[in-house]
Write a protein that binds this ligand. Structure first.
Ligand code: CU
Length: 104
């Protein structure tokens, strides 16, 4: 009985530490969406040219450039002039559009 009480006290004293470690793991940021305007859809190359705002997760300032798309069907969903929101990730060193949706 006495031993059990001691173990319980030990568990309680460890709890704040476990909680601190849990909070620390939340530091990784989710990939956020960036505003952009489609300038060109290049189906043969599998690329979109987008005039984009700041892309925070890859540290890129606003500019117009082409991106590879993760899925070919993304090229069918948009046309030049469309306002979009999209996510970019570096996949094996290639900047790739991983999410694409119409801007509302
Ligand atoms: Cu860029």
């Amino acid at each position: 009985m006495k031993l059990t009480a001691l173990c319980f006290a030990a568990l309680l004293s460890l709890a704040p530490l476990a909680h601190a470690q849990h909070n620390h793991s939340h530091a990784a940021a989710a990939t956020s969406l960036t505003d952009g305007t489609i300038k060109k859809v290049d189906k043969p190359a599998g690329k979109l040219t987008i005039a984009h705002g700041t892309i925070e997760n890859i540290g890129m300032p606003p500019m117009t450039m082409s991106f590879t798309v993760a899925e070919p069907k993304m090229l069918d969903a948009v046309k030049a002039g469309d306002k979009v929101r999209f996510a970019v990730e570096s996949r094996k060193g290639v900047l790739t559009v991983t999410k694409l949706e119409a801007a509302r």
